[in-house]
Design a protein around this ligand. Structure first.
Ligand SMILES: Nc1nc2c(ncn2[C@@H]2O[C@H](COP(=O)(O)OP(=O)(O)OP(=O)(O)O)[C@@H](O)[C@H]2O)c(=O)[nH]1
Ligand SMILES: [Mg+2]
Length: 260
């Protein structure tokens, strides 16, 4: 399976080199999208064999992902794995997402922050659970950690969708992809990962009230367009998310739950 890793990065000079170096140990195709950083994020990657894509001005996470998707797909790949540049996702977990994709090739694989949740700020935790409920309803199946930016997308899925990816979609695109993917039959599989939250890290860009309201509005439009999707609501209330917990050794891999 050919894979490419896409890392959106806005002012991540502190962490990006380490994340990219570790990503290169998992996969030889790594695309970093420097989204108009002013802190030397791009320069921090000097000497590393990555494709560095630059936005001259900051355009938001959605646009950064879209730029990375386009370049990775143009080079030819079977799957695109995304992870954040701020150190909240471990590149070493990419292997586990790939193992899950071997078993579920036509699914969207989401690295779900199910472990160490108690370390996460409470407001952020509850905002994420609220988003999970809305996104699951609109997608018609339970999704674990709909707000996780560490995911594996089949290339065929990304090639088939076109979604808004401007500044206003900065923190809604990843939710909308889940909903659009489900419409095309690519439901989510969660792979449990550790929630990493560094209280000494940079200030969060996520604004719980504003960004959750934007997700809510996007989901509301989607639900109105599908007659409020009562069947989807019923399904996601009744069935827990599909979670697979694979050993690092793919040979020993067994799905632990397939409920969706
Ligand atoms: N916030 C933000 N992030 C961007 C932008 N462009 C690219 N990114 C990258 O998108 C990733 C996720 O952004 P974060 O601000 O960490 O969002 P988050 O992880 O959902 O929020 P926290 O849990 O508070 O860290 C990081 O790698 C950012 O560097 C942008 O314009 N704004
Ligand atoms: Mg983050």
């Amino acid at each position: 399976m050919r894979a490419a890793i896409v890392i959106p990065a806005f002012n991540e000079a502190r962490t990006i080199r380490d994340i990219v170096r570790r990503s290169l140990q998992q996969c030889d195709k790594v695309f970093v999208v420097d989204d108009g950083s002013t802190d030397g994020t791009g320069e921090a990657l000097q000497g590393l064999p990555v494709v560095l894509l630059r936005h001259e001005v900051n355009r938001g996470k959605a646009a950064a992902l879209w730029t990375g998707f386009a370049s990775a797909l143009a080079e030819g790949t079977d799957v695109v794995v995304t992870l954040d540049g701020d150190g909240q996702h471990r590149p070493e977990d990419v292997r586990r997402l790939m193992d899950a994709a071997h078993i579920y090739p036509h699914r969207l694989i989401v690295a779900a922050r199910l472990r160490g949740r108690d370390k996460y700020p409470r407001t952020r935790y509850f905002a994420n659970r609220l988003a999970d409920f809305w996104v699951s309803w609109a997608a018609g199946h339970s999704v674990a950690d709909s707000q996780s930016g560490q995911r594996l997308y089949p290339a065929a899925l990304l090639e088939s969708i076109s979604l808004r990816h401007d500044e206003k979609a900065a923190f809604t695109l990843e939710s909308e992809i889940i909903i659009e993917a489900a419409r095309r039959g690519y439901t989510c599989v969660g792979v449990p990962i550790l929630a990493i939250y560094d209280p000494a890290g940079r200030r969060s860009h996520f604004r719980p009230v504003r960004d959750i309201a934007r997700i809510g509005r996007m989901v509301a439009f989607r639900l109105l367009g599908t007659g409020m999707n009562p069947a989807g609501l019923w399904r996601c209330l009744r069935q827990p998310p599909c979670i697979v917990d694979l050993a690092h050794d793919a040979a020993a891999a067994e799905p632990v739950a397939e409920t969706a």
